[in-house]
Design a protein around this ligand. Structure first.
Ligand code: FPP
Length: 242
């Protein structure tokens, strides 16, 4: 039995989010606390990301969006950016091997044109190889920013010469990277920061946020995820109604 009795009873009446977003924050502090270089934190974060992704697939989450690299993260020291790019490359090579047997569809959201040819090729291959998977849809946000996404959507609408009367909220949604997907129900941010940091700005209009103090991303466990889902499950979502 995978769940403890307590959790099994709880899971029967809880509402499972369709789409979860995670701001994987706190890698640097995790490393600092241990006297390690920041990159050690990112490595531990990447390892944890694999665990949480598999778990989401296992419990039946339909979409998971993780914030891996923002449009603002380029301003970090060059060594950290270079090392992160290397880590993404290593992860993708591994994902191509390991996720082959998993029912997870991996997609990338953000402006991937900024990455090296090598990384872009890996991104393309990963998307292609997993395109027929029917389980969890994993969106990895890389060089992603909510504002940049909206600007890109507006530009595409202009290129397509849409007239004002053709533009509705539905139209805008269809021009975003997440076109066709459910909006995030639950967005989790560990590490004690209370910000959205330009993550899924449009899509999060009615998302429920769970900010988790005292947990840094590399330490975030499947139990913490369950706790966040429980908190979400108890929220009264009104979507502007009564
Ligand atoms: C935020 O922590 C984290 C990042 C900017 C990088 C997130 C990347 C990973 C978890 C690597 C794995 C991702 C993939 C797709 C392989 P921070 O550095 O801002 O931490 P701090 O606030 O403690 O400094």
């Amino acid at each position: 039995m995978f769940f403890s009795k307590k959790k099994a009873a709880r899971s029967a009446d809880r509402v499972l989010p369709v789409h979860i977003g995670i701001i994987m924050d706190g890698n640097g502090r995790w490393a600092q606390k241990r006297g390690l270089p920041r990159m050690a934190g990112h490595r531990a974060g990447a390892q944890n990301f694999r665990v949480i992704t598999r778990y989401c697939n296992k419990i039946g989450i339909k979409y998971l969006t993780v914030y891996a690299f923002s449009t603002e993260n380029w301003s970090r020291p060059k060594e950290e950016v270079d090392a992160l790019m290397k880590l993404f490359g290593e992860y993708l090579e591994e994902a191509l091997r390991d996720f082959r047997d998993e029912n997870i569809r991996t997609r990338f959201i953000g402006d991937v044109s900024a990455f090296s040819d090598e990384l872009r090729a890996l991104i393309e291959e990963t998307e292609e190889l997993s395109s027929d998977k029917t389980g969890l849809v994993l969106n990895i946000a890389m060089n992603y920013g909510g504002r940049a996404e909206l600007v890109s959507a507006v530009k595409k609408m202009a290129e397509d010469k849409l007239s004002p009367s053709e533009i509705s909220e539905e139209t805008v949604s269809q021009y975003l990277y997440t076109a066709g997907q459910a909006d995030p129900d639950l967005i989790i941010r560990p590490s004690g920061e209370y910000r959205t940091s330009n993550f899924l700005l449009w899509q999060s209009a009615y998302s429920e946020y769970v900010f988790m103090d005292n947990i840094l991303w590399p330490d975030f466990t499947t139990d913490d995820l369950e706790r966040a889902i429980d908190i979400y499950s108890q929220r009264n979502r009104r979507f502007g109604g009564v």
